[in-house]
Design a protein around this ligand. Structure first.
Ligand code: GDP
Length: 591
């Protein structure tokens, strides 16, 4: 009976902003386990660390709880970061069953923390917030390795208040993101409230509380997910592809279901068709307690979930991080390969005939990038995994729309031949390791480009202008006529055509002078001398006439449809009267 209730070890990922303490917390958890359980109690896996349940309950000073929990412990993925979370997928969603979101209590949430929280929300992953670096709070009295409640009791009232203030700031931020939260010791229902645990990854205070809450969350919310059968064929996710001396290309895998044996046929996701191969060796890290040999790894015959393991097998060169590894039976390898391929294609599918090109280091991160871009309504033409290549550049260079002649690369680098190629092309590349920042950079760039091109267009387009010939200011009758004018709307530039109030084009501006100085443009309110080629004063034009800058039909269209909002009030007024002159005879003029 008890055996039926066996659950596998939940997989935990630590997420949070850079420098807020992810690595320190993982180190602390590893260290804690080593110290508390003597050598051997903690199991160092490939890419993960396992902390057994007895260490956790002892650490919390509650050894009697050992029988209350049915999970065997916790398996922490060693690569911290929200990137690790999103790129590591299982068939059901995220590979990590639980998460710790770490935040520097003195700094509060940063954009990357918020991004992590949004991802957890999307995946419905239970998590706990670790409000780290409490030892940096002025006046904090350190109680190394103690549970938070014990340490908190020893603080002054001021410090206690400060901690609570900071926590309420976090509660407010979490509320904005759609989470109800509380300091963990005040949470009565973890289903309704996220627990916030003040900790110090440096002194170890509060770390045990985090572990205890994670156990509770696992037990409460994940029981059905964690129930597993060791007889199932092994299923896992590729963490990394690594070249190892003497072993060739190996894959580091987190196995989350079933059992994997030496000699098993496995199917592994790849960019092309999935790889079908046979396990040559299963490797675990050689424990520190064993006599050090040249060998880093220890070979085992079989492993059971949840566990991190290195697989050596032929043909793994093209394996893809973030994709599935599944054990095949005697006759279903092709079928499994087909399933894995379909899963991969579903990720890369939402691409269209136009849009940006994107690259990411794993399938999971590519999917996260696709999701975020889609949310921002930025179309994607092509999505792929891997570094930016020469071919990517060539393809993107052929795109005509300048806003989509773009590659967005998440957690990838640019190959040398691509770098060379890019210098001779017009394409724009955005690279980085924070999705929201990449997207913001792209959006800002598009905005700037648009403004720039509007400015260029605006400079070329003939703008509205209206002026009157001032009485007693005819200095020359014709060839060219020279008259004193007052600009009464918009502006007049050199070389523009002039039309009368009846819409007849009568000539061109051939010069503008203000107090004897040549100028290229006269704006509203100015009184200037104007040379006009074409008309003779007294025939086509006369004193006190109101004349217009003649806007060519094509320009009028652009003004009305694209630049209207950028016109000043007097330009609008002048433009409207010019349009009504033109449309008197032809209502469809410039439409
Ligand atoms: P990561 O970038 O999130 O992995 O952050 P790290 O774990 O590398 O921590 C960033 C810096 O903060 C390092 O200098 C750590 O020593 C320091 N740090 C992390 N946690 C604590 C803490 O609880 N207290 C103090 N005082 N410093 C910490």
């Amino acid at each position: 009976m008890a055996e039926n209730k066996k659950l596998r070890t939940p997989i935990v990922c630590v997420m949070g902003h850079v420098d807020h303490g992810k690595t320190s917390l993982l180190d602390k958890i590893r260290g804690t386990a080593v110290v508390a359980g003597e050598a051997g109690a903690i199991t160092q896996h490939i890419g993960a660390t396992e902390v057994p349940i007895d260490i956790i309950v002892n650490k919390c000073g509650q050894p009697q709880l050992i029988n209350k929990f049915i999970v065997p412990g916790l398996l922490f993925i060693d690569t911290p970061g929200h990137h690790a979370f999103t790129s590591l997928r299982s068939r059901g969603g995220a590979l990590a069953d639980l998460a710790i979101v770490i935040v520097d209590i003195n700094e509060g949430f940063m954009p990357q923390t918020i991004e992590s929280l949004q991802i957890l929300k999307r995946f419905k992953t239970p998590f706990v917030v670790a409000a780290n670096k409490i030892d940096r709070i002025p006046g904090w009295r350190t109680n190394p390795e103690k549970p938070f409640a014990e340490s908190f009791k020893n603080q002054s009232e001021n410090v206690q208040q400060l901690i609570d203030t900071r926590i309420y700031e976090l509660v407010g931020e979490l509320y904005k993101l759609g989470f109800n939260s509380e300091r963990y010791d005040r949470v009565t229902d973890f289903q309704k409230n996220v627990g916030i645990v003040p900790i110090s990854a440096a002194t170890g205070e509060g770390v045990a509380d985090i572990l205890m809450i994670l156990l509770g969350l696992a037990q409460k919310f994940l029981e059905s997910n964690l129930r597993f059968d060791a007889n199932n064929p092994g299923t896992g996710t590729v963490l990394e592809i690594k070249e190892e001396k003497g072993l060739g290309t190996t894959i580091d895998v987190i196995l989350y279901d079933g059992t994997l044996k030496k000699g098993d046929t496995i199917v592994v996701g790849s960019l092309g068709n999935p790889i079908i191969t046979k396990v040559r060796a299963l490797l675990k890290p050689r424990p520190l307690t064993e006599i050090q040999t040249e060998e880093k790894f220890k070979s085992v015959n079989e492993v059971t979930a949840a566990i991190g393991v290195k697989i050596a097998a032929p043909s793994l060169e093209k394996a893809l991080a973030g994709t599935a590894v599944r054990v095949a039976g005697s006759d279903n390898a092709d079928e499994i390969a087909k399933e894995i391929k379909t899963e991969l294609e579903q990720v890369t599918l939402p691409t269209g005939s136009t849009g940006v090109a994107i690259k990411a280091d794993t399938i999971g991160s590519l999917e996260a990038l696709v999701n975020e871009l889609t949310k921002e309504e930025i179309p994607i033409r092509k999505a792929g995994v891997g570094d930016i290549s020469h071919r990517d550049i060539v393809e993107v260079a052929a795109i005509e729309d300048p806003y989509y002649s773009v590659i967005i690369g998440f957690n990838v680098s640019m190959l040398p031949d691509a770098r060379e190629k890019i210098q001779s092309s017009e394409i724009k590349v955005f690279m980085g390791n924070i999705i929201y920042r990449l997207i913001d950079d792209y959006k800002d760039w598009v905005k700037k480009q648009k403004e720039q091109s509007e400015k260029t267009i605006a400079e070329l387009i003939v703008k509205p202008g209206r002026f009157t010939i001032m009485p007693g200011c005819v200095f020359r009758q014709s060839k060219p006529a020279v008259v004193g004018v007052k600009i009464v709307g918009g502006s007049v530039k050199n070389n523009v055509e002039i039309s009368t109030q009846d819409g007849d084009v009568v000539g061109k501006v051939k010069g503008l002078q203000l107090e004897g100085e040549n100028i290229s443009k006269a704006s509203i309110g100015m009184e200037v001398a104007m040379a006009l080629e074409g008309p003779t004063v007294g025939r086509q034009i006369k004193e006190e006439d109101t004349l217009y800058v003649n806007i060519p039909e094509r320009h009028a269209k652009v003004l009305e449809q694209e630049l209207y909002d950028s016109l000043t009030a007097d330009e609008v007024e002048t433009f409207e009267s010019f349009l009504s002159i033109k449309r008197r005879d032809n209502p469809f003029w410039a439409k």
